[in-house]
Write a protein that binds this ligand. Sequence first.
Ligand code: NAP
Length: 345
Amino acid sequence: MTLGFGVVGTGAIGREHINRITNKLAGGKIVAVTDVNQESAKQTVDQFGLDAVIYPNDKVLIADENVDVVLVTSWGPAHEATVVAAVEAGKYVFCEKPLATTAEGCMRIVEAEMKHGKKLVQVGFMRRYDSGYVQLKQAIEEGFIGEPLIIHAAHRNPTVDPRYTTDMAVVDTLIHEIDVLHWLVNDDYKTVQVVFPKKTKNALEHLRDPQLFIIETKGGIVINVEVFVNCKYGYDIQCEVVGEEGIVKLPEPASISFRKEATLGTKILTDWKYRFMDAYDVEIQDFMDAIVKKGEPQGPDSWDGYIAAVTADACVKAQQTGEKEAITLQERPAFYRETTVCETV
Ligand code: NAP
């Protein structure tokens, strides 16, 4: 069975997913595209030689009977309306983060999906498909380090666009840690506090950088995440889990080591796209395979999108108040069971 994909948003990540579905992965075909910028949609069809219909908007794309899956890669504020319409039409959805820009918007998607009666939506939190995070989760679940007590994490970018603002450190950057860390330790978040260390001279006037997020879970684990988006030296993702019996640490991306000019070294990536390239492939392949074999996606779901939105709101509030802010989630409906470790990595 080949799943027909209709793509809403043919920007950077939209084209990357089109490329992997068309040229790398098995089981999917792009049959329709749309973008508010129709010229971008047309260029994309030409660029990849697609046999796909170019639609003027998401509504008509969703209505196409050849579209089994709606791939939502437009900008964040447009996601909610497309996802709700697709779910109401009974289409599967792969939605890039954010699921919606507000917790209320995520809840509207949750309600639409529960009303439909079957899980249709997966959110693009690809870190759960990164082999390093999968190994960390397996080690924790096997009890290799005993009970996890502390997580030290860091998300560092060499530099960011001048339009990047302090709250974007949460909604664009920390959001991936927000999703992957509660999944890693299978716990819910309780509070967050933000500390601003001395500001780097490399950040623009309007941006507070670096930032330190201190998050407590309901189970008592303390997580600290450094977000430092002008670190200069590279794109660097760190995660170390301290347990009662030992420590596990995210592996560094595979790279040759070199001996040169009296130095023993390893190069560090500079572009986020390459750090999780394999994870994006595994994520989309797993999404397609799960639909075919199990009838519904098995990855991060609408409830995970809701958790991310509520947590992000609390983090932004904590940036503004400097206080410890509560992360208050509604009770998880039985419809949304815990998502498990990715089986295909
Ligand atoms: P982008 O290059 O700006 O692409 C977004 C595209 O969607 C643009 O072509 C934009 O058109 C179009 N668009 C905007 N509103 C639309 C609407 N209502 N209907 C149809 N198309 C619409 O952005 P991107 O980097 O690809 O990001 C897209 C989404 O993916 C964002 O939500 C982003 O957070 C997410 N993302 C996730 C990851 C990840 O690691 N999982 C990585 C990158 C991006 P115009 O250019 O004309 O506005």
